[in-house]
Design a protein around this ligand. Sequence first.
Ligand code: NOJ
Length: 537
Amino acid sequence: MTAASAAWWQRGVVYQIYPRSFQDSTGDGIGDLRGIERRLDYLTELGVDAIWISPICRSPMADFGYDVADYCDIDPRFGTLSDFDSLLTAAHARDLRVVLDFVPNHTSSEHPWFIESRSSRDNPRRDWYVWHDAAPGGGPPNNWISDFGGSSWEWDEATGQYYLHAFLKEQPDLNWRNPAVRDAMYEVLRFWFARGVDGFRIDVLWHLVKAEGFPDNPPNPAYRAGMGEMHRVQQLHSTDQPEVHAIASEMRRIADAYGERLLIGEIYLPIERLMHYYGRDTAGVHLPFNFQLIDAPWNARGLAAMIAEYEAALPPGAWPNWVLGNHDRPRIAAKLGEAQARVAAMLLLTLRGTPTIYYGDELGIGHVEIPPAQVQDPRELREPGLGLGRDPVRTPMPWDATPNAGFTTGAPWLPLSADWADRNVARLRKEPGSMLSLHRRLLALRRAHPALSIGDMALLDGVEAAPDVLAYERRHGDERLLVALNLGSAPQELALPAWARHARPLLSTLESAAAPSAERIVLRPDEGIVLARTSAA
Ligand code: NOJ
């Protein structure tokens, strides 16, 4: 691959915006599209290439936009279609791509399709959703459990049947076995592609098709109290059915018809099953989201094995991708602390493949305590106290030290992170050693060195003597870089491969990088470094 032949989404870095929490422009305490447009210069200065905006379509907000009532309109809380067009134009003028969230598995229960569907058993849209008679002895048709707890089936008194909802009862699942549903949803893709969007992140892609006959899911032997009720069963029959791949391919064909557009699939599956979403005989999505880093135990050997397994499993021609966090999962700095979150940022931005940065992670926002009276997330409200709530990772972006961190002139919809007065954009961008400055430097480094964006990667052998070090080489043309990450809190001495002796330090996660001696390098606690081969070596 050359810089010229690589697609924008292969070279580039994606930045996820949770729109309710990025920038409010109206004073209602909720972020909006004009707010995002106001902050575009921040994103170009940061150095990302694309933004993925979580759902902005018209929605009753039972699940904060993942319950869509009109796929072709903007929710008034976020603005209007013309605000969207303006944002898109402004982003494109800065060479920033815009990726939207597409929520195809379910609509809102207030979507006109569902209102029609539930109006009578013989309504022409009845079969657009998944309806089923009660089990022979009464009760739900099977044992499927909603991801937010409780049965996946909701009884509809008026028509005497159950409907399926993998998430809230306000999010009825569409019936993707019905060709009319497919056509209608493909029209939604075309609507936005024609408007100029650069791609979609497809919500719960692996959920779209359910097993014929709706058999019970098998119990999960690993289930323990406190895990969340959904884990009582394995989602064997309710997700990841073979027919979903044809649908992904149909979406891909539509995307390809508009030029260089991107489809990212949200898929939580083991590596081997995840790979099928790249497509087999026909192309699937460009990037089946790779969430391995989110759940991986944080140790060098384990991560090296996981990276090797993921790389080895990629089908020919498939492009990798990496994620450290999103609007559903705990923040990386909450999990690892800031020192290792810095190392994690270097990992994310130097691995082979497209990285996605979650808004606020570039500031190192950690865990945010949400007082019970301020909980908003339906997941927390349904299964409280298990630590599954997602409000802590959705708090407003702290821009500066003015009231409400410059996020809103009104009352923010969620509390701010406790340390916002210190940990905010205005403050951190002035500190050369801050988490934000580290991100900017990493992104600039990635842009300056094709080895990091499009180069090959090889994990380093012979690091047994430095058990906490994860090290790999990135290579493109004549350029050869070494990334060495100390995942522990003790110094680690690493013997350098012959080509990296006398290598030149390009960047350290700590203040300054120590030059290696000819043969070895000593990584300080929590230090990650990038070294470049000197022409002499
Ligand atoms: C996955 C999304 O990321 C999550 O936020 C949402 O609640 C569910 N899908 C349902 O759409």
